[in-house]
Design a protein. Sequence first.
Length: 117
Amino acid sequence: VQLQASGGGLVQAGGSLRLSCAASGRTFSSYAVGWFRQVPGKEREFIAAISRSDSIAYYADSVKARFTISGDNAKNTVYLQMNSLKPEDTAVYYCTAGTGIRPADYWGQGTLVTVSS
């Protein structure tokens, strides 16, 4: 499974960004897809995940009601819509795939999100 994340950038607090994760690989359809983020010097933090089979989504409490994960199976792409962004959301965001509600078997390269105050 290969994962390509994109969509990061600089945004003001209160703004929105949409991250995309394009995936390839013949077994991709059987995995859940998720997002983690990491601030330098801190542990990676689970953000959200979505089951490919039934589209059930899971969120960390820190982003619930602000972030939405969704998928387009025809495009093999998963999106993370991020609204009401806060400076503490600043991090490198990683797209992942795997099993379970916090999939972490495969990792893409990160995309940097910077939220200015």
